[in-house]
Design a protein around this ligand. Structure first.
Ligand SMILES: C[S@@+](CC[C@H](N)C(=O)[O-])C[C@H]1O[C@@H](n2cnc3c(N)ncnc32)[C@H](O)[C@@H]1O
Length: 389
């Protein structure tokens, strides 16, 4: 028996994507129809979080017999065990990666230092067990101001061959188009920050944005000054009449170049082909390269935005007070932020957060950090919403 999510047939595609992106699908087990054929039973992995996201908590989790996927042996560890000697396999049993991230036809995995010498065998086993994957990349963490992941290609599939050594550069293309909630997003994780794991966060942002529109009785003006390639605005723009004016900017010009490409699709009108300094591209679109802190140094952009997204989690507390003047304080507004904090300091940080913010709306919950996931042994990646008067 194993836990399965019981999902109405017509909602399966959407749910599956969310489960896949978060690595919550059980490896090597089949999705199969319920007895009455109204639902699909989706096998769940054991690493489900306690706070299952809202959009999934509406489905029932049931214990049901699991069925093996016999189309291909998808258990990558079985392949790995046949590619390395038994002693090494057993010695490092606890360290073989238990999760991965799919970005288009690429798989990104984190490898413990002690098993780096087995990178080729790991890539080989992953490529055998996931026949639709083209490129496997080892993730050496997010670095620098632009928060770009250090990704090392460790295996590629080309013309049905798996190449693990001296991988030609031209086969390591990392620019891909992914589909999220039915929308296409161009990204290149080697040039600009992008994470499929933030999909749930983005869907929550969309719900908050709709709530704010409801409060204001008009389309909202959104400011995303750390926008990367723009995934957060993609879902907002897909909702008719939700966004009025939009400021989307980033310090990384590679991110802005891709953002322009994405915007031309989402906004259905042309955007510049090269990255440019922030400017009004259309009367309601202020887009381009900018240091978020420079946005507040001139008066032009101040007091104009109903919702600000602050997604630079290691600097949020420092940046928050400086960005507040961007908000339109003549009506209700919302700050949605993410930050990394020691778990034992969450309470103190909540107090600091509340002191930094202007007066909050009384009929909304106080801004408080919600743990989203671990960011190391003691650090937690959290998010918060602050509804302001
Ligand atoms: C964690 S990423 C988030 C990107 C995007 N919001 C997303 O969800 O994919 C943070 C982004 O902030 C950008 N950044 C870092 N410092 C910045 C600054 N001072 N001003 C503007 N953007 C900055 C980085 O280039 C990066 O794209």
């Amino acid at each position: 028996m194993m836990q399965h999510l019981q999902v109405p047939n017509r909602e399966v595609e959407q749910v599956l994507l969310l489960l896949k992106n978060n690595n919550w699908l059980a490896d090597g087990k089949l999705i199969y129809p319920s007895k009455d054929d109204k639902y699909r039973l989706i096998p769940l992995s054991t690493n489900l979080p306690d706070d299952f996201p809202d959009e999934l908590s509406k489905y029932e989790i049931i214990n049901a017999n699991y069925k093996f996927d016999s189309r291909i042996n998808p258990d990558w560890l079985t392949h790995l065990s046949s590619l390395i000697d038994k002693n090494s396999y057993e010695k490092f049993e606890q360290l073989w990666p238990t999760s991965h991230e799919f970005v288009g036809d690429m798989m990104i995995i984190k490898l413990d230092k002690q098993i780096l010498s087995f990178s080729s065998q790991i890539a080989n086993a992953k490529l055998i067990s996931h026949p639709n994957i083209r490129l496997v990349l080892a993730d050496h963490g997010v670095k620098g101001e632009f928060r770009i992941r250090q990704l090392i290609p460790i295996g590629v599939r080309h013309d049905s061959q798996i190449i693990l050594e001296n991988i030609p550069k031209e086969l390591c293309k990392t620019r891909v188009t992914i589909k999220e909630s039915g929308l296409k997003i161009i990204c290149d994780p080697m040039k600009a920050y992008f994470s499929t794991k933030l999909q749930t966060e983005r869907q929550e942002t969309l719900l908050f944005a709709k709530e704010l529109k409801h409060l204001l009785h008009r389309p909202i003006n959104v400011c995303d000054p750390f926008c990367g390639v723009g995934p957060a605005v993609s879902s907002l723009l897909s909702e008719p009449d939700l966004v009025g004016n939009l400021l989307s900017s980033d310090l990384n010009q590679e991110a802005v170049k891709i953002l322009f490409e994405n915007m031309s699709k989402w906004d259905k009108r042309p955007y510049p082909e090269i990255a440019k300094k922030i400017d009004w591209i259309y009367p309601n679109r202020l887009i381009g390269i900018a240091d978020a802190l420079d946005l507040v140094s001139g008066p032009d952009y101040l007091g104009k935005w109903d919702m600000i997204l602050i997604n630079l989690p290691h600097r949020t507390l420092e940046l928050l007070p400086q960005l507040i003047p961007l908000l339109d304080n003549t009506s209700h507004s919302l700050i949605r932020g993410r930050l990394i904090v020691e778990e034992k300091e969450i309470e103190t940080t909540n107090q600091i957060l509340q002191q930094l913010l202007p007066e909050c709306l009384i009929n909304k919950p106080k801004p408080e950090l919600k743990i989203k996931r671990d960011y190391g042994p003691t650090l937690r990646l959290c998010s918060f919403e602050a509804w302001l008067k």
